[in-house]
Write a protein that binds this ligand. Structure first.
Ligand code: PMP
Length: 372
C-alpha cells in the first residue's frame, strides 16, 4: 500500500524509533526525580531533545515547552494568552480556515464572552494583509493565523503579519504544524512570532508529542500565558505533568533529521509534486482541477478535483492500494470548511482529494497514478 496522507500523519523514521527505545526499556527514570542516574539520564535526554528542536526552529532551548501535540499547544496558547492578558473583555483575531483546534478554542472563548473575528480568505485560502492591518488597528489581545494550510498547503505571509503585529505591540501566534521541516525559517529572525505550535507526528516522530514555542522577550521575561494544566510545575510551570521522555526523545531525533535533510526534503517534495502534476494533467486533461496554486505553498500537498467523481467512493476504491484523503483527517465526514471558505461549492468539495507527500515517498509511488 502506498501512503500519501502525510498531512494526516507520517511514518516514524527508523532512527527515531531506535532513539526512543532505550527510554521505553531500561531508561525509565522520571526526569523530575533527583540524585540517581536513572533520573538524570532521562533529564539529560529531554534537554538534548529540547536543544535539537530549538535548533530546527532557530530559537533558544528554553523557549520550547513540550506538550501532547499541536491541539494542546493551540489550546494552551490561545486560552492562556486570553486569560493572562485580558480577564474581562479580550478579543481574538484569527482566520476562518484554521485547524479545528484553533477554531473550536476560539468558539469556546466566544461563548465565554471573548470577542472573536474570523478573517475571510481568498480563493487559495490566504488571509489578506489589508485585513490584517485593519484587524491590528482594533488592538486585539491575540492574533492567530495558520502558517501553512493542512488541506491545500497555501502559505500565509507570516513574516509580514508577524512584523506588523510586532510594530503595533500585538501578540501573534501561528500554527506551524504543517510547515515545520518543509519551510525554512529561524524564529530568532522573526521576533513578531511570540507563540507557535507544532506537532511531532507530522514530522516522522510519534503521536502524542508537540511543542508550544513561547518567546522570551528579554533574557528573563517570557511572553506570559496562564498554563492549561496546573500541577507539579514541569516545563517552567507552563505545562505540568510527568514528561513523556520517550516521545520527547523521538521528537528531538526527528527534529535533528528534519534540520539535516531540510533542503533535500524540500527539493524532493517539489520534484515529486511536479512529476505527479504532469502525470495527472496528461492522463486526465480537463477532468481534473487543482484547488491550490503551485507556488507559495507547502511542497507536497495537493488538493485536486476529479470532476464528476465522488471523493469518498474513490478513496474507498483506492484504499487497498493507496492511502489518501478527502481533506483534513480531523473532520473528514463534513464538507471541508477550508474549501468552503475558499468559495468552492459543495459539489466541487465532494469531488476533491488531498494528496500529501513526505520525504519517504518515491518516484515509483507517483507512478501508481499511471494505473488509474
Ligand atoms: N494544526 C494543524 C494545522 C494540523 O494539521 C493538526 C493535525 N491535523 C493539528 C493542528 C493538530 O495536531 P495534533 O494531532 O498534534 O493534535
Amino acid at each position: 500500500m502506498i501512503y500519501m496522507d502525510n498531512s494526516a500523519t507520517t511514518a516514524i523514521y527508523p532512527e527515531v524509533l531506535d532513539a526512543m527505545m532505550p527510554y521505553l526499556r531500561e531508561e525509565y527514570g522520571n526526569p523530575s526525580s533527583k540524585y540517581y542516574t536513572l533520573a538524570s539520564n532521562s533529564k539529560l535526554a529531554v534537554e538534548e531533545a529540547r536543544q535539537k528542536v530549538a535548533y530546527l526552529l532557530g530559537c533558544e532551548h528554553d523557549e520550547i515547552v513540550f506538550t501532547s501535540g499541536a491541539t494542546e499547544s493551540n489550546n494552551m496558547i490561545i486560552k492562556g494568552v486570553l486569560d493572562y492578558y485580558n480577564k474581562n473583555n479580550g478579543s481574538i483575531v484569527t482566520s476562518s480556515v484554521e485547524h479545528p483546534s484553533v477554531l473550536e478554542t476560539c468558539n469556546y472563548l466566544q461563548s465565554k464572552g471573548i470577542s472573536v473575528t474570523y478573517l475571510a480568505v481568498d480563493n487559495m485560502g490566504r488571509v489578506s494583509l489589508d485585513d490584517i492591518i485593519l484587524a491590528i488597528k482594533k488592538q486585539p489581545t491575540l492574533l492567530s493565523v495558520i502558517w501553512g494550510n493542512n488541506e491545500v498547503g497555501s502559505l500565509n505571509p507570516i513574516e509580514t503579519i508577524a512584523s506588523d503585529c510586532d510594530k503595533n505591540g500585538i501578540l501573534f501566534h501561528t500554527d506551524a504544524t504543517q510547515v515545520v521541516g518543509k519551510v525554512e525559517f529561524q524564529l530568532s529572525k522573526i521576533p513578531g512570532i511570540r507563540f507557535l505550535s507544532l506537532s511531532g507526528h507530522k514530522l516522522h516522530a510519534p503521536k502524542g508529542i508537540g511543542v508550544a514555542y513561547i518567546k522570551k522577550q528579554t533574557k528573563e521575561i517570557y511572553s506570559k500565558i496562564t498554563p492549561l494544566l496546573h500541577g507539579g510545575g514541569q516545563e517552567n510551570n507552563y505545562r505540568s505533568g510527568t514528561l513523556a521522555v520517550h516521545n520527547i526523545v523521538g521528537l528531538g531525533k526527528a527534529a535533528e533529521v528534519a534540520k539535516l535533510k531540510q533542503k533535500n526534503t524540500v527539493q524532493h517534495l517539489l520534484n515529486l509534486e511536479k512529476q505527479l502534476t504532469i502525470l495527472l494533467k496528461e492522463k486526465f486533461h480537463d477532468k481534473i482541477k487543482f484547488n491550490n496554486d503551485h507556488s507559495n505553498k507547502i511542497p507536497g500537498i495537493l488538493s485536486i478535483q476529479f470532476i464528476g467523481l465522488n471523493n469518498e467512493l474513490l478513496i474507498k476504491k483506492l484504499a487497498p492500494y493507496l492511502a489518501i484523503s478527502t481533506g483534513s483527517a480531523c473532520s473528514s465526514s463534513k464538507p471541508s470548511h477550508v474549501l468552503q471558505e475558499m468559495g468552492l461549492p459543495v459539489s466541487e468539495i465532494r469531488q476533491t482529494l488531498r494528496i500529501s507527500l513526505s520525504a519517504i515517498n518515491t518516484t515509483e509511488d507517483i507512478s501508481f497514478f499511471n494505473n488509474l
